[in-house]
Ligand binder design. Structure first.
Ligand code: PMP
Length: 387
């Protein structure tokens, strides 16, 4: 059925149009194209369909309205309450939408909290934590209190292996290392030390105990929405403890006081965050995402484990990421061959990060289960033909 032209459409016509567009997008999605991109990553198809429709509806395009308008304020409310509801963020925390990516948080965190005479304790389990620590060191006395660098970032510490200094104004860790494919399966408890977490690549993939965190940040472009928005969830006490006198654009206090609108926020990105939250609710929330994500990851890890060593998983079993499955094939030539055959078969974005090579299948919330099954089948065939 053709989509009726815009103009004098009745409400029913609009609904029918939306349904046709959604169906078309579903068809494209189920064609043989699987997007394993590590981020910016696959978005829920129905969110894109709705955004496309609303973008072209007169008076409804969020790109074309003031961020001070009532309509945008209700979009901001929806995004904030969506995040609060999904993650169970209580009163006593602010939910902020910043720009500058997670990388700016690497700098803002120490600028705001690494005050003189205090230290900051960093737990390093991969490439992103390493970057965060380097930024913090340029601000003050940041210490690496634990690192798996020597063994190639394959594991995650037991909680009992970590102890934080009483001098630390915070402890920082990365809950999922996107490049290395290792993930904490617990919320780190800093006891007396406030915990700050980079959750860029596993936020909203499972329930977490948000009250364990003093500050949690995440670039949106994996599980929350498009690139260009950074989610920050911060305890009020942290804001109260932050120094005055910082440039307002770098100060959590000023940003919170101005409800993320010191300047023009990423209105389009925040709008999409709200839609993604709505989609997650229809999927049954984070407990349901957790079990779906575990089942998806198990399909690919199983293909690795059943391959008699043809595929070698990078992470130790206890540390395996549910979001980024990293593996190698023994030689560069074989990996290049794998990538080119995979692409020809419709599996895109499987090449590992340029800094480490190998393969990486990123399977965030919006990635479909059948894509994991299809990749596992392809891996089995490839191993049979090339083993
Ligand atoms: N932390 C993690 C865990 C990441 O995966 C990334 C990037 N993908 C970053 C930080 C940096 O994010 P950004 O590009 O938004 O600065």
């Amino acid at each position: 059925m053709p989509v009726k032209a815009e103009g004098v459409l009745s409400v029913d016509d609009r609904l029918i149009n939306r349904r046709i567009v959604c169906e078309r997008i579903k068809t494209v999605d189920s064609a043989n194209y699987y997007n394993f991109s590590a981020g910016p990553a696959i978005m829920p198809r129905s969110v894109l369909a709705r955004a496309r429709e609303e973008m072209l509806s007169p008076g409804r395009s969020v790109m074309e309205i003031s961020h001070r308008s009532d309509r945008f304020l209700s979009i901001l409310d929806a995004a904030e309450s969506g995040i609060r509801e999904l993650l169970g963020v209580p009163q006593g925390y602010k939910v902020l939408f910043l720009q500058g990516g997670a990388s700016l948080q690497f700098a803002m965190v120490p600028m705001n909290f690494l005050v003189s005479n205090r230290t900051a304790d960093y737990v390093i389990t991969g490439a992103w934590g390493t970057k965060a620590l380097a930024e913090a060191k340029s601000c003050g006395e940041a210490r690496e209190i634990f690192s798996t660098a020597e063994t190639g970032f394959r594991s995650i510490p037991e909680e009992a292996e970590l102890s934080f200094s009483p001098q630390a104004s915070y402890a920082h860790y990365t809950s999922n290392e996107t490049i290395d494919g290792v993930e904490f399966n617990y919320d780190l408890d800093g006891k007396a030390v406030p915990v700050i977490c980079d959750a860029s690549s596993n936020i909203l993939s499972k329930p977490i105990d948000i009250e364990k965190y003093a500050l949690l940040y995440a670039g949106a472009q994996k599980n929350i929405g498009p690139s260009g928005v950074t989610l920050v969830i911060i305890r009020d006490e942290m804001i109260a403890a932050a120094p005055t006198g910082l440039s307002p654009m770098l100060s959590y206090r000023s940003i919170a006081e101005n409800r993320s609108m010191l300047n023009t926020p990423n209105t389009w990105g925040i709008y999409l965050v709200g839609l993604v939250c709505e989609w997650l609710r229809t999927q049954g929330g984070l407990a349901s995402m957790k079990s779906k994500n575990e089942r998806k990851a198990a399909v690919i890890y199983n293909a690795i484990d059943m391959s008699d060593g043809f595929y070698q998983g990078h992470a130790e079993r206890h540390a395996r990421s549910m979001m980024n499955v990293t593996f190698r094939l023994g030689s560069q030539d074989r990996e290049t061959h794998f990538v080119s055959e995979a692409e020809a078969a419709g599996f895109h974005g499987l090449r590992g990060h340029r800094s480490v090579g190998g393969m990486r299948a990123s399977i965030y919330n919006a990635f479909p289960h059948e894509g994991c099954e299809a990749l596992a089948g392809f891996m089995q065939d490839f191993a049979q033909n090339n083993g």
